[in-house]
Design a protein around this ligand. Structure first.
Ligand code: ZN
Length: 509
């Protein structure tokens, strides 16, 4: 059966129209999170929810679904990764997903998560999990119900169906394997680091770094690594993020701390990595699967690669440090490149995920991945969650949260119904290391390039191997095509060991 061009065009037109509405809501949200007057909040919420409802209506239209169904059938014998077939398959998949959840359940989830976030905030302020317990229980129950509906007629578990929203086609068993392979060597390495007498002097990063200077410097770094300011902006917010408002309009947001230089600098590199992925998607396919990011894990691999593999490497600072010590003359006077490089590579077990270094971060994620699966399958009750949380922090990181606020209440995710989201952070770290190894092998001496401030070849490699294909392949297929092997923890373990062991004077952990 041949693919009907007319049907394909009509489906694309409707998907693009939904994207116009969707990106308009995103624009309003960007404004809300950057400079909107606080009193405008209530009306803004109405504007956004009206647009979101229109998007949902467009995307669940039965006639649109019929056309997609037809198209998928017509595409049966075609190349599954061509733009046409991938567009039909992924839009059909999105349609099915949107339709599997009754409006009434979607509304209940939306109400529960709005209330969830408010109650979470109150509980965190009061440092008392019991305030949050019933509300979280309700969110978990509703998400379980959603997962059950989404998994119906598939071979996926309830948790996997929830995970699918963020990491399409990912299998829990595969993730579990990668995390298991990561955890043991990581715990060993972190223990050796903790016991090492050789420790960095982080006080040099805590001196007063004027925000205006940091802003200029971060802008410079983002531009140098390849973020395109003709097609994007860098602004400030309390919780950094990246959002794309149109085919040539990518917004990244960062946060500067006058007493912690890495927050703004690496935050910017991280968000610029997300932004460069978005800028590398094909603009002519904006709003359609070939021009959309494939998964949160792959998105995170791009941000982490620029933040860590590039931004915390020695060659990168061989290039940037002379300019840094000039920009921050009084703060870095007499501080050597070695001292600075060691300080930005500090590893120290801590309680708070968002403040964690690149090694211990993954242990925070593995704990959340295990606990959220237990909450969904019912083997852990919400009531017992704080105790389970603290026990895992004690066994995995060797520290016990002194309070709920610094423990189980630190993240907004579960209150917002984001179950299955956490593992994508570590999947991103694992993929970043693997992609970086493959790029080094295929491009040649990246160290030598970085030391000269040249990043174009690396960005082009990522564009070609990851960005260009959008959603035409799955995330795991992209990794395998780019690197030649399935996702594996080995690369991240080797990367961390080879960088951190010499810094901390460890012979072998
Ligand atoms: Zn990120």
């Amino acid at each position: 059966m041949a693919v009907s061009q007319e049907r394909f065009d009509s489906v694309c037109a409707r998907a693009r129209e939904a994207m116009l509405l969707h990106s308009t809501a995103d624009t309003l949200e960007w404004d809300e999170r950057t400079g909107m007057p606080i009193a405008a909040g209530e009306y803004r919420a109405q504007q956004i929810s009206t647009l979101r409802a229109l998007v949902h209506e467009r995307r669940t239209d039965p006639a649109y679904g019929d056309d997609l169904q037809q198209l998928v059938q017509e595409c049966e014998n075609e190349d599954p990764h061509s733009t046409i077939v991938a567009t039909a398959r992924q839009l059909h998949r999105d349609w099915q997903r949107d339709c599997k959840l009754p409006t009434e359940l979607v509304e209940r989830i939306s109400q529960a998560t709005v209330r969830g976030q408010q109650t979470w905030d109150a509980a965190r302020q009061a440092d008392d999990f019991s305030i949050f317990e019933d509300t979280l229980g309700n969110v978990i129950d509703l998400k379980r119900e959603a997962g059950q509906r989404l998994s119906e007629g598939t071979d996926r578990s309830v948790y996997e169906a929830l995970l699918d929203e963020y990491e399409p086609d990912a299998k829990v068993d595969d993730i579990q394997q990668v995390f298991d392979d990561l955890r043991t060597p990581l715990v060993k390495l972190i223990t050796a680091i903790k016991e090492s007498p050789q420790q960095p002097d982080t006080s040099i990063l805590e001196r007063t770094y004027c925000i205006d200077d940091q802003r200029d410097f971060s802008h410079f770094v983002a531009e140098q690594i390849g973020f395109d300011f003709e097609r994007g902006r860098l602004d400030e917010t309390s919780h950094p993020f990246c959002t794309t408002l149109g085919p040539h309009d990518c917004r990244i947001l960062t946060r500067y701390d006058p007493h912690w230089l890495p927050a703004g600098l690496f935050g910017t590199m991280h968000e610029a990595g997300h932004g460069m992925y978005e800028q590398g998607l094909r603009p002519e396919w904006f709003g359609l699967p070939p021009g959309s990011y494939v998964s949160l894990g792959i998105h995170e691999s791009q941000s982490r690669l620029w933040e860590n593999q590039v931004g915390r490497s020695r060659p990168f600072w061989e290039w940037l440090y002379p300019q840094t010590s000039e920009a921050f003359q009084s703060q870095l006077d007499g501080v050597s490149l070695d001292t600075f490089h060691f300080a930005i590579n500090t590893v120290r077990p801590s309680l708070i995920r968002v403040e964690a270094d690149e090694a211990t971060y993954n242990l925070h994620i593995i704990i959340r991945f295990d606990l959220e699966q237990q909450l969904i399958d019912g083997s852990l009750t919400v009531k017992d969650l704080p105790e389970a949380w603290n026990a895992r922090y004690q066994s995995d990181l060797g520290i016990c949260p002194p309070s709920d606020a610094d423990g189980v209440l630190q993240d907004v995710h579960w209150s917002a119904g984001l179950i299955g989201y956490f593992p994508t952070y570590t999947l991103g770290n694992v993929a970043a290391a693997q992609l970086f190894d493959a790029a080094s092998e295929q491009i040649g001496d990246l160290d030598e390039l970085f030391a000269r401030g040249e990043f174009r070849l690396l960005l082009d490699w990522l564009r070609e191997r990851i960005h260009f294909d959008g959603r035409c392949y799955s995330g795991s297929e992209l990794i395998e095509r780019a690197t030649g092997t399935p996702l594996s923890a080995t690369h991240l373990v080797n990367y961390l060991k080879s960088k951190l062991e010499p810094l901390y004077g460890i012979t072998d952990s």
